[in-house]
Design a protein around this ligand. Structure first.
Ligand SMILES: [Zn+2]
Length: 363
C-alpha cells in the first residue's frame, strides 16, 4: 500500500495526466508479473493485487486409472500447450431445459458470418484451430467446411443435430455420428479424427459413447468436462489428455477442456460462459497454471461469439439460461485476443501428434 500511495502522489505532481495503470502479481518471492490495464503516463499507478487466491490453483492433478468402468492412462506432456477449438453451430443450437422446440427452417441463419469473422481473427493471430462442425450445419451450408480447411484448420465432428448424447440410444448415436463423420470427411477431403459432443454431454451415464466413437473411427474425443454442473461434466475426471481403453479393447484419446479449482469446487475457464463471465486476470492465471504443469489448455468458442450483428436474435429462455447463453458475449474477441497474444495456438490434432501419431493409433 505504501507503493500505491507514493505513485498517487507522483501522479498528482503530473497535473492530472492519465495514469499508466498496472497490476502486479507476485506468485512467489522473485517472481512478479505485471498486467497492463491501460493509460499512458510514465509513472505507473500500481493497483493492489487481486484477492489472494492460495487455494485457487494448487490443482495437484488427481490421476485416476479409472473413468467410470473404463481404464484410463494419462498421456505424457506435449511440447505445445494451447489448442483453440470452435463448435460450429448456429445461434439457435442449444440444449437448455427452458428452450422451446423450434424448427430451424423458420429461423434466420447466421453461422457463416460468424465463421468468416473467426477465420479472419485466427489468421490475424496466426493461430490454427479445430472446428468441430455440426453435421446439420455442414449439410445446409455445403461450402463452409472447405472454407475452413482452406484457411488451414482441422475439421472435427460436433454431432448431427445438436442432441444430448445421454438423451440418445446407442443405436441412434452410432448411426448419426457415422453419417456426420462421412459427410465431414467428404466435404473436407481430410480424415476426421476428433469428436465433441453437444453441450459436453458425455457424462457418467453416456460413457458407452466412447466405445462407439472408437468403433466409428474417431481417434480422439473432447467431450468429458472435468467439472460437473446441472447439464454436463464429471467432477473427478482428469484435466489433461488421457487414453481411454473401452470394454471392447478399443482406445480413444480424451482431451478435456480446462478448469480452475477452489479446493474441491471446480468450474470451467477459457471458453463458453466461463470465457465471457470470468475476469481476464483469472483466466491468464489458469493458463499459466496449465503451462507450469505442461498440461494442454484447450479453449472453446462459437461462431456467434464473433457475430455482433446476430446479438439481437434471442431465444425465449429462462432468465438464468439466457444469462448462460449470452452473458458477456460482446467481450469475447477482446478477451481472446488478450489471452492469445504472444502464445502459440494450434489444433488438437497437431497438439496430439506431438504425443501420439494419430494416423497410426489403432482405434
Ligand atoms: Zn454445441
Amino acid at each position: 500500500m505504501r507503493t500505491l500511495r507514493r505513485n498517487r502522489n507522483a501522479l498528482a505532481g503530473q497535473g492530472g495526466a492519465p495514469a499508466l495503470v498496472v497490476r502486479v502479481f507476485r506468485e512467489r518471492p522473485g517472481r512478479e508479473e505485471i498486467e497492463f490495464l491501460g493509460g499512458s503516463a510514465r509513472t505507473p499507478l500500481l493497483l493492489p493485487r487481486p484477492p489472494s487466491t492460495p487455494l485457487l490453483f494448487p490443482m495437484t492433478e488427481h490421476r485416476p486409472d479409472q473413468l467410470g468402468d473404463l481404464t484410463i492412462e494419462m498421456l505424457p506432456a506435449g511440447e505445445r500447450t494451447h489448442a483453440m477449438t470452435v463448435d460450429v453451430e448456429d445461434w439457435f443450437h442449444n440444449n437448455f431445459r427452458s428452450a422451446p422446440k423450434l424448427d430451424p427452417q423458420d429461423l434466420p441463419r447466421r453461422v457463416e458470418e460468424g465463421v468468416d469473422r473467426l477465420l479472419e481473427f485466427l489468421a490475424s493471430m496466426r493461430a490454427r484451430a479445430t472446428f468441430f462442425v455440426l453435421g446439420a450445419v455442414a449439410s445446409d451450408h455445403p461450402t463452409l467446411v472447405s472454407r475452413i480447411v482452406h484457411a488451414g484448420h482441422e475439421i472435427g465432428c460436433h454431432g448431427m443435430h445438436h442432441d444430448l448424447v445421454y438423451g440418445q440410444s446407442p443405436e441412434t448415436f452410432e448411426r448419426e455420428m457415422s453419417h456426420a463423420r462421412e459427410l465431414l470427411r467428404d466435404q473436407s477431403g481430410q480424415p476426421v479424427y476428433g469428436f465433441r459432443a453437444p453441450s459436453w454431454s458425455i457424462t457418467r451415464r453416456s460413457l458407452w459413447a466412447l466405445d462407439l466413437l472408437a468403433r466409428i473411427g474417431f481417434r480422439y474425443d473432447s467431450s468429458v468436462f472435468p467439472a460437473a454442473n446441472y447439464l454436463y461434466g464429471i467432477n473427478r475426471a482428469p484435466t489433461s489428455p488421457y487414453r481411454v481403453t473401452t470394454p471392447s479393447g478399443r482406445t480413444l484419446i480424451e482431451v478435456p477442456p480446462p478448469i480452475l479449482a477452489l479446493g474441491p469446487i471446480r468450474i470451467g475457464v477459457g471458453g463458453g460462459l466461463f470465457l465471457r463471465a470470468l475476469p481476464l486476470w483469472l483466466q491468464r492465471r489458469a493458463m499459466r497454471n496449465y503451462a507450469r504443469r505442461s498440461a494442454a489448455f484447450i479453449t472453446y468458442l462459437h461462431p456467434r461469439d464473433f457475430d455482433p450483428d446476430s446479438h439481437h436474435l434471442r431465444l425465449p429462455l429462462s432468465t438464468l439460461e439466457q444469462l448462460v447463453h449470452r452473458f458477456g458475449i460482446r467481450s469475447v474477441p477482446r478477451k481472446l485476443e488478450a489471452l492469445m497474444r504472444g502464445e502459440e495456438w494450434t489444433s488438437i490434432a497437431e497438439l496430439l501428434e506431438r504425443m501420439i501419431p494419430l494416423a497410426e493409433a489403432t482405434p
